[in-house]
Ligand binder design. Structure first.
Ligand SMILES: NC(=O)c1ccc[n+]([C@@H]2O[C@H](COP(=O)([O-])OP(=O)(O)OC[C@H]3O[C@@H](n4cnc5c(N)ncnc54)[C@H](O)[C@@H]3O)[C@@H](O)[C@H]2O)c1
Length: 249
């Protein structure tokens, strides 16, 4: 084991940690030695995974800023400041911009962009006060390029926002807390089930991926583990793309 990759004893909060990529992140960080806080709006699934990993369950909806602040204060009082915060909770919604329901538009921005800000601020203030820590935001290739054929402007705009929010916080907190993003390409989770069930979408996706396959959640989680660790001690404000070459074309 390379010494800098060791996460032993670090408190790691993972939002949306109960399923998909978040679940893999929880598992990988726990394997690395971290004490994982599975934060998810699905309280039952969070409790089950926390029990499996010997971690802590935190029922949390990232769109509720007050609840995020209270959760962070409670965590601080009981366990101290988080060493690692992974802002992973996210949703997708497919609709054309001329037809999208405004409530759906707002919901996507609220979870995917405002949610990252709420938890970064709530947990981040204790990390900044402690003078150390690593925040990793789960962005997407959609923050950099417009994927197709599925229409999802709200999601794309939110993820582009996450990329600049990442850099903004990295600069504000430089020397105390590192802030980076991981931008996954298409990954085999519930979130991509609809697209994988539609041959006209799925075949377009595969044609755009030089490696010719989707990512497994663990392949995204391992990039998060790197950024969380001291191996990335001089890395801040970066967006690490993990996409099988999708954005290289
Ligand atoms: N799957 C992909 O292809 C892909 C690609 C790029 C980026 N991403 C991003 O990765 C992240 C995880 O996606 P996934 O594919 O694992 O999704 P998923 O739907 O499989 O899991 C999402 C998890 O987040 C939780 N969640 C949703 N809204 C929440 C909220 N408001 N508060 C707290 N928890 C909430 C859900 O309960 C669930 O446990 C998202 O930010 C997504 O945008 C996914």
């Amino acid at each position: 084991m390379i010494r800098e990759f060791d996460l032993t004893g670090r408190l790691a909060v993972v939002t949306g940690g109960a399923a998909g990529i978040g679940r893999a992140i929880c598992a990988v960080l726990a394997e690395g030695g971290a004490r994982v806080v599975v934060a998810d709006r699905n309280a039952e699934a969070a409790a089950a995974l926390a029990a499996e990993l010997g971690g802590i369950a935190l029922p949390l909806d990232v769109t509720d800023p007050e609840r995020c602040e209270i959760a962070a204060i409670d965590l601080m009082a009981n366990y101290g400041p988080a060493a690692i915060l992974v802002n992973n909770a996210g949703i997708v919604m497919n609709a054309t911009s001329l037809e999208v329901d405004l409530a759906d538009w707002r919901r996507v921005i609220d979870v995917n962009l405002h949610g990252v800000f709420h938890t970064s601020r709530a947990f981040g203030r204790h990390m900044v006060a402690a003078g150390r820590g690593s925040v990793i935001n789960i962005s997407s290739i959609c923050g950099e390029v417009t994927v197709h054929p599925q229409p999802q402007a709200a999601y794309n705009a939110a993820k582009a926002g996450v990329n600049l929010l990442t850099k903004s916080l990295a600069v504000e907190w430089a020397g105390r807390v590192r802030v980076n993003a991981v931008a996954p390409g298409y990954t085999a989770t519930e979130l991509t089930l609809l697209g994988r069930s539609k041959p006209e979408w799925f075949n377009t996706w595969l044609a755009g991926i030089p490696m010719g396959r989707l990512a497994e959640p663990r392949e995204i989680a391992l990039a998060v583990a790197y950024l969380a660790s001291d191996a990335a001690s001089y890395v801040t404000g970066t967006v690490l793309t993990v996409d099988g070459g999708y954005t290289a074309i």
